[in-house]
Design a protein around this ligand. Structure first.
Ligand code: SF4
Ligand code: SF4
Length: 360
């Protein structure tokens, strides 16, 4: 296939659904580890077209949703510092922390600005030399290379008032943590497309080898996802557990060499807190010694008291795939996109927001 509309072709999709039905003989649970896949699956109505033996689960695939409450509380504390500008991607602003949100802090006078890239934040620092400017560095391997590039640029230019809070998350260790937790039985992973462009499909080999779970890297169009489901089912039927790439037009096995080199020059792995999954070893990124001075925590003490999620919010369970939004007592009753109680309803890639928009 060469053109995008072929990946949306209902005729091709119908053929794949027939093939899936012919191959599907027993209950199978597949997890998508990408918020964009979750939204695409809902938007295209794939769930309702699959045979009932196939269950699709949404996992920890949205960078905003997996940011832990303690990290949100730190961001809020940062916003309260004098002469500080906090620059962030949009969705984070509305995520509730233990007792406030960046949005509330902004209403109370904190200088919190939404930016579209780290370089926009760097520009704010250049234009405000007397203020401390901090970028909230959340996201997966997809966004981390741009942040690494901005960090390098800051050092090269000698910009003295730009910092980041490193709060990145790395996807493969979270997939392993889900399996090691033993809480849910997954038969296959629909692996994230954009993350895999950077890290390469080989990054999922430990998941496939150690846990004997088939992994297929998927594109984002309906035909991509159906083909991925067919590839996973084929592996399951044949008793295989290997890593395959459906999204070959963008992903290879070894990843983007330049981006990976940049990442490893600026960052090293560290343990990181995930909402719903706790602290996962080597699943985060911190600045290497050479760049550590750009970590805002070398300047301010951002230690926060014990954190607390909204009582009744099930975002943690939803990110682990053990509950769906329909199991949350707050869903639709009081928790809505305009009045979110947890991040899964805030983010456009969040599972609760996707259910709210597309589930009948
Ligand atoms: S960053 Fe890319 S791969 Fe990851 S959840 Fe978002 S869209 Fe999916
Ligand atoms: S519906 Fe709201 S409160 Fe419930 S899990 Fe989702 S975001 Fe949290």
């Amino acid at each position: 296939m060469k053109h995008l509309d072929e990946y949306r072709d209902p005729h091709l999709a119908g053929k794949l659904i027939d093939k899936i039905k012919a191959l599907s003989h027993r209950p199978v649970r597949l997890m998508e580890v990408c918020g964009t896949h979750t939204v695409s699956i809902f938007r295209s109505g794939i769930r309702s077209l699959l045979p009932p033996s196939i269950t699709l689960l949404s996992g920890p695939g949205c960078p905003v949703c997996v940011t832990a409450t303690e990290e949100i509380d730190k961001f809020i504390k940062l916003g309260q510092q004098k002469d500080t500008i906090v620059a962030t991607f949009g969705d984070l602003v509305r995520v509730p922390g233990s007792s406030s949100s960046l949005q509330k802090e902004r209403a109370d006078g904190a200088d919190i600005r939404v930016v579209y890239s780290t370089f926009d934040a760097l520009d704010i620092a250049r234009r405000n030399p007397s203020r401390t400017v901090v970028f909230l560095a959340v996201g997966f391997e997809t966004t981390a290379p741009t942040i690494a590039a901005a960090v390098k640029e800051t050092k090269k230019e000698g910009i003295g008032n730009f910092y980041i809070i490193p709060a990145h998350k790395i996807i493969p260790p979270a997939m392993e943590a889900l399996l090691a937790g033993g809480e849910l039985a997954i038969d296959g992973f629909i692996c994230p497309g954009h993350v895999s462009v950077i890290i390469g499909a080989d990054a999922y080999r430990p998941v496939a080898d150690k846990y004997h779970i088939p992994c297929v890297v998927a594109g984002f169009e309906p035909v991509d996802i159906l083909q991925t489901i067919y590839m996973l089912l084929s592996q399951i039927e044949e008793g295989k557990a290997i890593v395959e790439i459906q999204y070959r037009r963008a992903v290879n096995f070894t990843g983007n060499e330049k981006a990976l080199a940049l990442l490893s020059e600026v960052f090293e792995t560290c343990d990181a807190p995930w909402r719903g999954l706790g602290t996962i070893p080597d699943s985060g990124l911190r600045l290497r010694d050479n760049y550590r001075a750009l970590d805002i925590e070398t300047k301010f003490d951002l230690t926060v008291p014990r954190t607390q999620d909204h009582p009744g919010c099930s975002c943690g369970d939803i990110l682990r795939g053990v509950k769906t939004p329909l199991d949350c007592v707050l869903y639709r009753k009081v928790c809505t996109p305009s009045n979110p109680y947890g991040p899964c309803m805030v983010s456009t890639e969040g599972t609760c927001a996707a259910y709210y928009k597309y589930h009948d």
